[in-house]
Write a protein that binds this ligand. Structure first.
Ligand code: TXA
Ligand code: MG
Length: 326
């Protein structure tokens, strides 16, 4: 497998062709790196599950270059979903909608909904456009990490996670560090009101302010929804190190917190973001750094619960849940 760092038009063309031929292409989006396959090719999609080590009933998000392809994948699209798409696509938002016949069980995990997203990243957009120009209809892409692990936000992290599992014909497109750094907001659009299942950079208040829509925000995200979201497990996004939220670190422990918080004595500072936006962007790389330094414990002081802070806390709680026993 090759890493392509200078994504010229002709290399993007080759990458789109690789997808058409059933190979996997990892690519940058504004949220995290995705591991892409032709969403209509069952064999190619099966390889995503193998490479990630992911259970088969976990559905995949279909990535398209514009709203125009939405009704290929989704039916019974409510008016509010169109409003959301107009307001936030391309961008870090996934809409769950009733599926069409094109969205097979191997994409939806057997559910009657499909997740669709138009990503805002020049490389992702170029790849999707080229893929569609070659007759493709959508690229299925989960985050490009092994199941349950931290999502990659740089190409090297994709390589570290997946190089043992990818084949010679698969590709990794390097588009630098992802701007947002945590996964898209997932919104269930099968009810009369939009419902946030996974918080992300598009927050409930942004939705309310930009569209005037009211939004259901499940207190503890995704617990009360009728939608089965197997990937939204209690434990996820976890490094090897034990994650402890708002504790008191000891000598040799890792620490992540806003720059305004001084580094406790003897503690290894993994990042010092200036605000919650930067916090989200560097979080996953900071967790990876903890593992590459071989740290046993990482103490994390989350930002406040406003805007993307809510999504950061959601991810941290899941990362912390992995090692509650230790
Ligand atoms: O930002 C993102 O969303 C990234 C980039 C690559 O686009 N993708 C991503 O995909 O995070 P993944 O597969 O790692 O997480 C998607 C989540 C999973 O928890 C999955 O269960 C849920 O979305 N999901 C996808 N389609 C669904 C569906 N039809 N019904 C319910 N849950 C769904
Ligand atoms: Mg994931």
């Amino acid at each position: 497998m090759a890493i392509i760092s200078n994504c010229t038009a002709s290399l993007i063309k080759d990458a789109a062709l690789a997808l058409k031929e059933g190979h996997l292409v990892a690519f940058p989006t504004e949220t995290v790196y995705g591991l892409g396959a032709d969403a209509t090719n069952e064999k190619a999609v099966a390889r995503i599950y193998e490479v990630k080590g992911r259970p088969k009933d976990h559905p995949l998000i279909v990535h398209i270059s514009s709203m125009e392809l939405l009704d290929k994948w989704a039916s019974e699209i409510p008016e509010y979903a169109i409003k959301l798409a107009i307001a936030f696509w391309p961008g870090p938002m996934t809409l769950l909608l009733k599926r069409t016949d094109l969205a097979k069980d191997f994409i939806t995990g057997g559910q009657d909904t499909v997740g669709v997203r138009v990503p805002a990243h020049t490389v992702a957009m170029a790849l999707l456009k080229e893929f569609e120009a070659q007759g493709g209809l959508g690229v299925a892409a989960p985050s490009a990490n092994r199941f349950g692990k931290v999502s990659p936000t740089v190409a090297d992290a994709v390589f570290g996670e997946l190089s043992d599992y990818l084949s010679t014909y698969d590709l990794i497109l390097d588009g630098g560090m992802c701007q947002v750094g945590i996964e898209s907001t997932i919104i269930n659009c099968t009810k009369s009101t939009p419902e946030i299942l996974r918080p992300g950079a598009i927050s409930a208040s942004m939705i309310i302010n930009e569209t005037g829509l009211s939004v259901l925000r499940i207190g503890k995200f995704n617990n009360n929804s009728e939608i089965k979201t197997p990937g939204l497990l209690k434990s996820h996004y976890a490094p090897k190190a034990k994650v402890i939220i708002s504790g008191t670190p000891s000598h040799g422990d890792g620490f992540i917190g806003l720059a305004e918080i001084p580094t406790p004595m003897g503690v290894i500072r993994l990042s010092a973001p200036k605000d919650s936006k930067e916090y989200a962007q560097v979080l996953y790389e900071s967790l990876r750094a903890a593992d590459s330094l071989g740290l046993k414990r990482v103490f994390i002081e989350p930002p406040d619960n406003q805007g993307i802070g809510e999504a950061i806390r959601d991810r941290l709680e899941k990362a912390a849940n992995n090692r509650k026993d230790q």
